[in-house]
Design a protein around this ligand. Structure first.
Ligand SMILES: Cc1ncc(COP(=O)(O)O)c(C=O)c1O
Length: 399
């Protein structure tokens, strides 16, 4: 008899638990601080306006927040999208096309459950990936299929490699741009092609744009920009945005989803039953943060300085390249697990082996071709002196 937990039993252990298991019983080098470069949690301070706005709205903690958010929140994020991506008026209706999320993790996980099923449904996602996509697929009863996002294809899934029979079975396609972990950015042609495939094969393109405001030289194109020029409105597309990285506010748990009116309608209906709501003071603080770009500019500059530092420290070692977006280094160290063990033992550095971030479909697992096997992911979230110290130790250890 099948157990109610079967749906999730095929998911790999979450990356940080896998790392804990790898390092268990192994002492880090003594006589120096342990530096943790694994978690993509911002260490820069959020702007004071966050706490000030929460405090100013303390009178509303007694209120049940509306599950669909306030009108004012939906209007504010719509205005931000229009400004940021230069969208035509009327493309996004704040009433029909936008919902708040208690962090995009929650939205990514739950939203695909409202999609129509297909026989032998699959959910396509890059590999390496943000693991929540695989959990979302399982919840939505679709087989998660990892598409290798390797250097030869600019660290993006190769759309030309997908055959029609796979695309016909696809219910949802997650794309992360800028990508966690490689910082790859999908250009307008790539996004337009994916949207076209979504419409032709009737699946939902979920554009995870959580790192869109942390970029090196050019502001990444948003999938909504491409939709605006596509002639099909927002059909078959949702985008997700978050304050976690943009405003160093991961603890606020605030993001939003915008896109296809029918998908948003169904998702809103589901949320009336069980989605996570946004407390009123949180929603007010979020609005304030979306209205301000000054703190975002400063934040971006702080990350850029750390990428400059990494470039100086690493040069052309470990296949270093400047990520176009995000705040991770994706370093080719030959064997990611072995390097993670050495860095822990010999330098008291915690990094994630790339293979803990990859996901192959049950039909396509081949560790020799694992696109993460040769890599480690290094999060540049700490302040510059710590990043400098960490990269110095990394170079001294792995040469
Ligand atoms: C690629 C990606 N998407 C989404 C998220 C979720 O962010 P949040 O739930 O804080 O908005 C993260 C968090 O690390 C991420 O790396």
């Amino acid at each position: 008899m099948s157990s109610p937990f079967d749906r999730f039993s095929g998911l790999p252990e979450f990356q940080f638990r896998r790392l804990a298991a790898l390092l268990e019983g192994i002492a880090p080098r003594t006589g120096t601080d342990v530096l943790d470069l694994t978690v993509g949690e911002p260490k820069h301070a959020p702007p004071p306006m966050l706490a000030e706005t929460v405090a100013a709205h303390a009178g509303s903690w007694n209120r049940y927040p509306p599950p669909l958010g306030t009108d004012s929140f939906r209007r504010t994020v719509t205005d931000w999208l229009v400004r940021r991506f230069d969208l035509p008026d009327g493309l996004i209706d704040p009433e029909r096309n936008v919902l708040p999320l208690a962090g995009t993790k929650e939205g990514l996980f739950l939203l695909p459950s409202v999609l129509n099923g297909k026989a032998n449904a699959v959910a396509l996602m890059p590999s390496p990936l943000y693991a929540v996509y695989a959990g979302a697929a399982a919840l939505a009863d679709a087989e998660p299929v990892g598409l290798p996002a390797v250097a030869e294809h600019h660290f993006l899934p190769d759309l030309d490699s997908l055959d029609d029979s796979l695309l016909d079975r696809t219910t949802v396609f997650f794309l992360c741009s800028p990508a966690n972990p490689q910082g790859a950015v999908a250009g307008p042609d790539y996004l337009a092609r994916l949207l076209q495939l979504a419409r032709r094969h009737d699946f939902l393109f979920v554009a995870d744009e959580c790192y869109s405001e942390i970029y090196d030289r050019e502001a990444p194109t948003g999938a909504l920009e491409v939709a605006a020029g596509s002639g099909g409105g927002l059909r078959n597309l949702v985008v997700m945005h978050s304050l976690s990285k943009r405003s160093n506010a991961a603890g606020l748990r605030s993001g939003f989803v915008a896109g296809d009116g029918e998908v948003i309608r169904r998702f809103a209906r589901l949320r009336a039953y069980g989605g996570a709501v946004q407390p009123m003071p949180v929603m007010a603080a979020a609005e304030r943060l979306w209205q301000d770009e000054e703190h975002v500019i400063r934040n971006r500059e702080a990350y850029r300085r750390k990428i400059d530092l990494a470039e100086r420290r690493l040069g052309n070692r470990f296949g270093f390249f400047r990520p176009k977006g995000g705040f991770f280094l994706w370093l080719d160290v030959g064997d990611g697990e072995e390097a993670a063990l050495r860095l822990w033992r010999e330098a008291a550095l915690k990094v994630l082996p790339g293979s803990f971030l990859t996901f192959a479909s049950p039909t396509g697992t081949d560790t020799a071709c694992d696109p993460g096997r040769r890599y480690i992911r290094v999060a540049l979230v700490h302040d510059e002196p710590i990043v400098d110290e960490a990269l110095g130790r990394l170079v001294d250890t792995l040469g």
